[in-house]
Design a protein around this ligand. Structure first.
Ligand code: ARG
Ligand code: ZN
Length: 888
């Protein structure tokens, strides 16, 4: 908790550490009430540093002993500040012995050492190690660790830490010990320990080189039937990194441990990854297709960090995207490669772009906007954002778009050749890409330093006589906090041209000679504010397909007619742009309807079938050759959040009303086709989470959700039947959600039955809360009721997210109740969470950060709620930073 005014940390103020740590030995006497930690470390002066003193960080610690080079230090020899311990005038070589005490059972922040369901876990990224011992807790200080764990043998039979187990034994008196040694140097944020009653699924696995490694997935006893998918995902990750990047696992043993109380998704601690149970546990009974896919991608993500994050780490936390953007890109590519087919790769790409637009574009347009490589922060935990992760991944993807897979691989190889074992900067990665490909990427740095989403305007001109087609691209970027003016970016723009029958035209770009057949997609490199590109030998007036595959994270402004959009949706060889054309058509209609609602016009869509949108949707749904997963994405309307981004003043009620109206219209207009799609995409037989089967279920369940918009008894029976017969959670939860959002008589009973059946499965109970939080009829009063349910607790982040976050972020029409009761509720929960877990509280605090975009009456009430939070006593710096920036 804050005791003084929080300090802003600036990237420009970076200075190298005064001392390097060479070795660390730690002894833990694990006890939930009071754990004693004895640390012995050797340090040596860094001749390159101006910092003369030895600065250690420590938080919420009781210092029991402090010795330097064998002698106890007197009070005058060091200064204990808030959060720091500074040793005055140390010699060049130092051995420090520090004994501290922490209270794991009181640690609800879930940073440092804490207890979850009776077991011990740690989370040290970004600055949690300082809650375990005093230490130069910064990522550029890398050391070798040897750790001894001692604990009661019966309560804590399993004792794990990073690296290799080198010794274990009995201590008598009912206690035992284990010694772990990590052969690799690592920053303190990668330290981990786990102790408790756990069991594992294990397997020996042979690497490409022939070396055998031990893989383990550790869970609580009752969960051993839910580890197979994580284990399979781990093996696939290992194989993929060998094949795609030539990167081998460098350890003899690799462990994944699941924990029920966890702030984020998972953590890449060296050799001992710790995961939120949500991203480990799966079987058909409890996990949906989305859960299966997420587990594969998070297991991949953490495993890939072993090279991009652990072997090469960050010099300071401003460089966070160096490892996160790159590793998200790697996990996206991994997931895409696992599903294989081009069409499935495109589906994955669409899903990733959807996340970017849903969450990152709003962040980039709001008060918390920051560059991929931020310039300052108050609390680093607030910067584990969609900008650092997902936009960072888009920035990495652009290198691959510019240089191709082979050029990208060359850049990666050079990056590891230069920086293995080092703590480096985003610039080092960019330099490796530039040098390996012989290109100047200085302008490309702007993607790391400028915040805001660039806009790209497209103008075209066809010269019928000369047979030339000119594409003029104009870029701009809106002002963001602290950045009024922007410089032009280096933007790769993938384009294609379609002829009248929808075929790709061969491309001949003026001034560019290409050996072999002319390509049908070309990457134009926009570097100026405005630039024209002229194609020659264009026989007919083409329809342009711009930004294929979403080749850059920008907003594309292009004036297509409805007919052109329908044409692209039907013919574009680029599946991303086919999807995109449909989204544009739907968005156009939604915005027109929203405008009508605000002018108090009655909504009518009797002629929907006759519109370009109606025809295009009909065509997609009736096309039996299309990949069902693609159809599902193409027939899903833009979300309310994405629609809200398109308007100047957001009226969440109008947006909700028109989206619902359109869903009902589409349901009625294509009723027969939905029914056919429902039947055609059933997946009888035993469940498999593979992409093809998951795609069918997705389309079938979309069909069900549209049919349920008709709210007819016959459809209620369909949903009820699916619920009763489902042999997997995907179908079961889809049916339950459809029922809960209908007027079906059986909906309350279905909810009760679901609860009774899954009471013992925490992750399923999370779904039960989330589904209700997002139900159309759930208002603030109902959410407060649900909070009083015996299964609810604010202390478990998954549970808090399932109910409170789902309501505040996932049910806009109810959350933005005109009386402001949603905002009151939000403030109450931010304040309550602040006292328990600042990181989770600060995430929730973000829910109101776009308050200035709303209609004045709502704005006023949101501002009042924000002010109430800001005025709360003992606010964490996490929450304070978010609300202060929101109100600024
Ligand atoms: N490095 C982790 C990952 O992306 C995230 C850890 C974030 N933890 C935190 N307390 N901010 O896989
Ligand atoms: Zn990560």
């Amino acid at each position: 908790m804050r005791t003084d005014t929080p300090l802003t940390i600036y990237r420009k103020d970076y200075t190298p550490p005064g001392f390097w740590v060479e070795t660390v030995e730690m002894g833990f006497d694990l006890d939930p009430e009071a754990t004693h930690v004895a640390t012995r470390m050797t340090l040596k002066r860094n001749p390159a540093s101006q910092n003369k003193s030895l600065l250690l960080y420590g938080e919420a610690l009781r210092l029991v002993q402090l010795r330097m080079n064998g002698k106890a230090l007197t009070k005058r020899a060091y200064t204990l500040g808030p959060g720091t311990l500074e040793i005055n005038n140390p010699p060049d070589h130092v051995t420090l012995e520090i004994e501290t005490v922490t209270h794991p059972n009181l640690n609800t922040s879930l940073m440092g050492l804490y207890v979850s369901d009776g077991n011990f876990f740690t989370q040290c990224e970004a600055e949690g190690f300082r809650k375990i011992t005093y230490f130069p807790d910064r990522p550029d200080v890398m050391a070798k660790y040897k750790v001894m764990l001692r604990a009661d043998k019966e309560k804590y039979p399993v004792l794990l830490s990073n690296g290799n187990l080198i010794e274990e034994g009995d201590l008598g008196d009912g206690r035992h010990y284990a010694v772990w040694e990590d052969p690799f140097k690592k920053p303190s944020y990668l330290f981990a320990l786990v102790a408790g009653k756990l069991v594992c699924q294990e397997e020996k696995y042979t690497l490409h080189s022939g070396r055998e490694v031990l893989l383990q997935v550790w869970v609580e006893e009752g969960n051993l039937d839910k580890t197979q998918h994580a284990m399979d995902s781990l093996k696939r990750s290992i194989r993929w990194d060998e094949e795609r990047f030539g990167l081998e696992l460098d350890l003899d043993r690799f462990m994944i441990v699941a924990v029920g109380d966890f702030n984020m998704g998972a953590m890449e601690n060296k050799g001992l990854n710790i995961f939120n149970t949500k991203y480990v546990l799966a079987n058909p009974r409890i996990a949906t297709d989305t859960d299966y896919a997420n587990i594969e991608s998070v297991v991949g993500h953490e495993y890939f960090h072993n090279w991009t994050g652990n072997r090469v780490t960050c010099r300071d936390w401003f460089q966070l995207s160096l490892k996160e953007g790159l590793t998200v890109f790697r996990d996206q590519e991994f997931s895409a490669d696992m599903i294989g087919t081009d069409s499935a790769r495109a589906v994955k790409r669409i899903e990733d772009v959807r996340v970017l637009r849903q969450a990152q574009f709003p962040e980039d347009a709001g008060p918390m906007a920051h560059p991929v490589r931020p310039d300052s922060y108050v609390e680093i935990n607030n910067f584990y954002t969609v900008t650092v992760y997902e936009k960072g991944a888009e920035v990495v993807r652009m290198y691959q778009t510019l240089f191709g897979r082979d050029g990208f691989r060359k850049g990666m190889d050079l990056y590891f050749q230069r920086h293995d074992g080092c703590a480096v900067e985003c610039d080092d990665f960019r330099r490796a890409m530039a040098d390996a490909n012989g290109r100047d990427l200085s302008q490309f740095e702007l993607w790391y330093c400028q915040s805001g989403t660039p806009h790209l305007k497209v103008d075209t001109h066809y010269d019928e006589v000369a047979k030339t087609y000119a594409i003029t691209l104009t870029q701009s970027c809106p002002a963001t906090p602290g950045q009024a003016q922007k410089q032009p970016y280096h933007i790769p723009v993938a384009v294609g041209l379609l002829d009248g029958s929808g075929r790709d035209l061969p491309l001949h770009l003026g001034g560019v000679e290409i050996d072999g057949p002319a390509p049908t997609t070309m990457v134009l490199e926009l570097t100026q504010q405005r630039q024209s590109f002229e194609f020659r030998n264009v026989p007919v007036h083409p329809v342009p397909s711009i930004l294929r595959g979403f080749s850059a994270p920008v907003v594309l402004e292009i004036d297509y007619s409805d007919a052109e959009l329908a044409f692209l949706m039907a013919h574009d060889s680029d599946p991303f742009n086919r999807w995109e054309a449909g989204q544009r058509l739907a968005m156009r209609r939604l915005l027109a309807l929203a405008d009508a609602v605000q002018k108090d016009h009655a909504l009518s869509d009797s002629e929907l079938q006759e519109t370009a949108l109606g025809k295009a949707y009909h065509k997609i749904l009736s096309d039996r050759m299309l990949d069902p997963a693609f159809c599902e994405l193409a027939l899903t309307l833009p979300s309310e959040t994405v629609v809200a981004e398109q308007v100047d003043v957001v009226d969440p009620h109008a947006i909700h009303a028109v989206r619902q109206f359109m869903r009902r219209s589409l349901a009625a207009a294509m009723r027969v086709e939905w029914e056919v799609a429902y039947q055609a995409n059933r997946t009888p037989g035993s469940y498999s989470p593979d992409a093809a089967a998951a795609g069918k279920r997705a389309l079938k369940n979309l069909a069900l959700s549209y049919l349920m918009e008709l709210d007819e008894p016959q459809m209620h029976l369909l949903a009820q039947g699916q619920y009763d017969q489902a042999n997997n959670m995907t179908d079961r939860i889809a049916a339950l959600s459809a029922l809960v959002n209908s007027s079906a008589a059986g909906r309350d009973e279905a909810l009760a039955r679901f609860y009774a059946e899954f009471e013992q499965e925490a992750l399923v109970i999370d779904k039960w809360f989330a589904l209700q939080a997002m139900a159309r009829t759930t208002d603030v009063a109902k959410v407060r009721d649900l909070m009083a349910h015996t299964a609810f607790t604010l202390k478990n982040p998954n549970r808090a997210r399932s109910l409170i976050f789902s309501f505040c972020n996932g049910n806009p029409a109810q959350f933005h109740a005109v009386d402001g009761s949603g905002y009151e509720f939000w403030a109450d929960q931010v304040i309550a969470l602040n006292a328990i877990n600042p990181q989770v509280a600060a995430r929730l605090a973000r829910s109101l950060d776009r308050w200035r975009k709303y209609a004045p009456a709502l704005q006023e009430k949101m501002q009042a709620a924000l002010k109430r939070v800001a005025a709360t006593k003992s606010l964490s710096k996490d929450v304070l930073e978010v609300v202060t920036k929101s109100l600024a």
